[in-house]
Design a protein. Sequence first.
Length: 243
Amino acid sequence: MAKRNIQVCMTPKLFGLYADKKSIVVVVDVLRATSSMCIAFEKGVEKLIPVSTVEEALEYRNGGRDYILVAERNGKAVKSFDFGNSPQVYLDMDVKGRTVVMTTTNGTKSINIAKKDHDVVVGSFLNLDAIAKWLIKQDRDVIIFCAGWKDKFNLEDTLFAGALVEQLLDTDLYDNSCDATQASQVLWDRAKDDLFGFLKNSSHRNRLAKLNIDSDVHFCLKANQTNKIPILKGNVLVVEDEC
Ligand code: 3SL
């Protein structure tokens, strides 16, 4: 039986080199967009609309429905929106059945790049085991698409890629010939016993520390807090449970 491919795309700028119009794309922005999405669904959000620009998000304000509007740029909440991008805002709120409209610097942009030609799901450490199990059942090639930071490589998304790759390769169903896939595994292997420590000098951990949101970093590095798999249907993320 032919093995399935796993490729890791380290930044949005490289996505065109990996896009093949047939793989499932797992978009990951560990800090913090895809972690926020996963926890929003865990807390009962029904739909999440990821848009690329602040202007697009604002159009929903006048749409006549009671959307939760979320916008982040450069780590900060955008003025006049309900929230920034902290996953922890969902913890104490009643969001059951609500629709979130979200725009973030890198995460929502990456989803919108990937959706043009691919089926898209959302991954983070918070749903790591669930997404691995779900992918194994799909019998498809996989591209793990790291959102990075403004088209540059980042460590945290690559570590998640390595963690997911490890689980997929354990099944022996996948081929490991992509160099970026192998690189993600090497980094994951070095980092997995102390992710927060490994990211000590990383750019986004430091960016968030300057904004006093270290607690979000700890939160986003916790594995397996939800079984929800956010899946893009058209322009809207909805959720599937992995049992
Ligand atoms: O870039 C993004 O999409 C965000 O996740 C960045 S932040 O963690 O909200 O600053």
